[in-house]
Design a protein around this ligand. Structure first.
Ligand SMILES: [Fe+2]
Length: 323
């Protein structure tokens, strides 16, 4: 037995070796899990990651080109084609016009302040709103017409009717009682927006307080200008426009106006949107506002102060002196 292997034992050992080193065992040995390669610059995997990382950046670029981050833009009120968000619409709504007397009359309150009423519906109001019921004496200080109070009343009229109170419009208001001391009965306020003497056109807005009369007058040629030919568009309130034609006048002419007289008596009652032209240059004309006053746009070829004549002599003299 010494030094010699039993044939059976040799066979068993050989089988064991075969089993341990068979083809399967060989494969496991030859293909161990590959060692982790160190990251390489430009290797595929990191490159793919880089590309993936770039994606959002590219999207961002595209997004920047679009009107996308337009969240604020889309919500912008008034943007073309953008439906208006309800909250936006509400936010845009302007606060109601001030109706406190103290706001409307910074020079001092009218004699009998009363609670303001809401503005009447569009059209010809039949009653005088309380904020426009002004005592004649309130317009005078020391017997002299107070221009600032006259302007207060005009601005109150503007606000009451929703007329745009343009910036610095107060400075442009011309207001006069024609020296008669009865502004609530006879007087006028106006804003001359344009009087182009060179090209001969003008645009002016007239403001009449409730029941106030714009006195009878006419226009001559003067200073190289032709006689003024004009027409009136009532924008707010109501105005009785009076000129040549059949007498249909039942309006109360104030006694302070030439002893209660007028020479033309054809009345055309104009409400908002009505335009009434003067029938001819140099024709006499006058107006009287309805119960809520009147705001009237006047258009004409050109206006010349020195060429205006008034039927009432006191008024005529006063006006020609620059009153
Ligand atoms: Fe006139």
């Amino acid at each position: 037995m010494t030094g010699r292997c039993h044939p059976l034992l040799a066979a068993v050992v050989a089988a064991a070796v075969l089993l341990a080193c068979g083809p399967g065992a060989e494969a496991q040995v030859r293909l161990p899990p590959p060692p982790k390669a160190p990251p390489l610059v430009g290797a595929k995997k990191p490159a793919a990651k880089k590309a993936a990382a770039k994606k959002p950046a590219q999207q961002k670029k595209k997004g920047a080109k679009k009107p996308v981050p337009k969240k604020p833009v889309a919500k912008k009120p008034g943007a073309m084609g953008q439906p208006r968000a309800p909250q936006r619409a509400n936010a845009q709504r302007k606060p109601a016009q001030p109706r406190r007397l103290v706001d409307l009359y910074p020079q001092g309150l009218p004699a009998k302040p009363t609670a303001p009423k809401p503005a009447p519906a569009k059209g010809a109001p039949a009653v005088t709103p309380d904020i426009l019921k002004l005592d004649n004496a309130w317009f005078y200080k020391g017997g002299k017409f107070d221009v600032e109070r006259g302007k207060d009343a005009v601005v109150a009229l503007m606000k009451h009717h929703g007329y745009p109170v343009f910036p610095k419009i107060r400075e442009k208001i011309w207001v006069s009682d024609y020296g008669l001391g009865q502004y609530t009965k006879v007087g006028l306020a106006a804003v001359m927006f344009q009087n182009n003497v060179k090209d001969r056109y003008m645009l002016m807005d007239l403001f009449l307080m409730p029941g106030q009369m714009l006195p009878e007058h006419w226009h001559l040629a003067g200073e190289g200008n032709p006689a003024k030919l004009e027409g009136w568009l009532v924008r707010h309130g109501q105005s009785h426009v009076v000129g040549e034609g059949a007498d249909n006048c039942a309006l109360p002419i104030p006694a302070i106006h030439d002893g209660g007289k007028v020479t033309v008596k054809h009345v055309v009652t104009a409400n908002p949107g009505d335009f009434v032209p003067l029938n001819r240059a140099e024709a006499h004309h006058w107006q009287m506002a309805g119960p809520a006053g009147a705001i009237i746009t006047e258009v004409a070829n050109v206006h010349t102060d020195s060429a205006v004549r008034h039927q009432d002599k006191v008024m005529n003299d006063y006006f020609l002196k620059g009153g």
